[in-house]
Design a protein around this ligand. Structure first.
Ligand code: NAD
Length: 285
């Protein structure tokens, strides 16, 4: 079997065009503010892409880039200022923050209504309770890819490798909300392959290049590779490309989940603007 490639680039382009139409229809300016502290090159590239994509979708953006030795209280002051700014709909704090900062505390300072990354405990709790407001963009992108390729979830076995707050846990919640039977695996899971081989849907988000090999995958499974690993041979995912010989569907790296994340961030920003200014129904309801 050669897996069908789940084309995140094409789907993301379609979703971004839809967001651009919806922003025009909204009729009021929509604004995303980002905060980046330090000089991590990958973070600068990611934030740059987010601004470029916002601009293309007609979303205004504010780009706050602060030196690595900025104090935590200065970052908290900036967050407070953006929280209070009526023109700002979404606030994104690019991770990782420098070591001298308490990352969870800074994320908790963002107004939950403007928390377009969905990392605030209130948004995480709402997802847990099945009443989502803002949901992290990468898990939303994974779900959109699965939906685009008509992957059945109800009653199927879904296995998620990774239990981070950013990918593993929220995607597990979203799969559960779609009535999949969900197993979360992590670095202490014994016999990972025993779990993954039972999966109709496998989401790999461990950050371990080539972790998932063909012998770990059920024939015909849908495999979503979230991993982004910089190796000597370039950017690789968590899934060995040879898995394409076994899986029914496989998302590539690059060109799978990555572009979907940005598309979903834009959608979250528009949702935040609608929610805050119009008080409309929750995006997840
Ligand atoms: P993380 O380091 O916070 O979490 C990794 C998780 O994987 C942990 O829960 C850990 O227990 C688990 N894990 C590690 N090694 C394992 C192993 N050998 N077996 C089973 N589980 C194992 O990472 P994260 O932030 O969740 O990101 C995961 C990957 O997804 C990274 O490669 C990251 O770069 C990528 N990512 C991509 C996007 C995107 O937009 N494409 C967005 C976020 C993260």
């Amino acid at each position: 079997m050669t897996a069908i490639r789940m084309d995140g680039r094409a789907l993301a382009a379609k979703l971004r065009a839809e967001v651009a139409d919806d922003v025009r229809a909204f009729g009021e300016p929509v604004c995303l503010a980002t905060i980046l502290v330090g000089d991590d090159p990958a973070s600068h590239v990611y934030v740059g892409k987010k601004h470029e994509a916002s601009h293309e979708a007609g979303i205004e953006s504010r780009d706050h880039r602060l030196p690595g030795d900025t104090s935590e209280s200065d970052v908290l002051d900036l967050v407070a200022q953006l929280n209070a700014d009526e023109e700002v709909d979404g606030i994104l704090v690019q991770l990782p923050l420098p070591d001298h900062m308490d990352e969870p505390m800074v994320l908790r300072a963002v107004d939950p209504a403007k928390d377009v990354d969905g990392f605030h405990p209130l948004n995480a709790g709402r997802l847990f309770l099945g009443e989502p407001l803002h949901v992290p963009a990468t898990p939303l992108g994974i779900m959109a890819l699965l939906a685009e390729y008509d992957v059945e979830l109800e009653g199927r076995r879904a296995v998620v490798i990774g239990r981070s707050e950013i990918v593993g846990k929220p995607v597990a919640m979203l799969l559960l909300a779609k009535h999949a039977t969900v197993t979360i695996c992590h670095s202490r899971t014994r016999d990972l392959a025993e779990h993954t081989r039972a999966a109709d849907v496998l989401v790999a988000a461990a950050g371990r290049p080539g972790l998932v090999t063909p012998d770990m995958v059920k024939s015909g499974a849908a495999v979503v590779d979230v991993g982004v690993n910089r190796t000597k041979s370039g950017l690789v995912g968590d899934v060995d490309p040879a898995v394409a010989e076994v899986a029914g569907l496989l998302s590539p790296v690059p060109g799978g989940v990555g572009p979907m994340t940005i598309a979903m961030l834009l959608r979250n920003t528009l949702s935040a603007a609608r929610y805050r200014r119009l008080g409309v129904a929750l995006p997840g309801s």
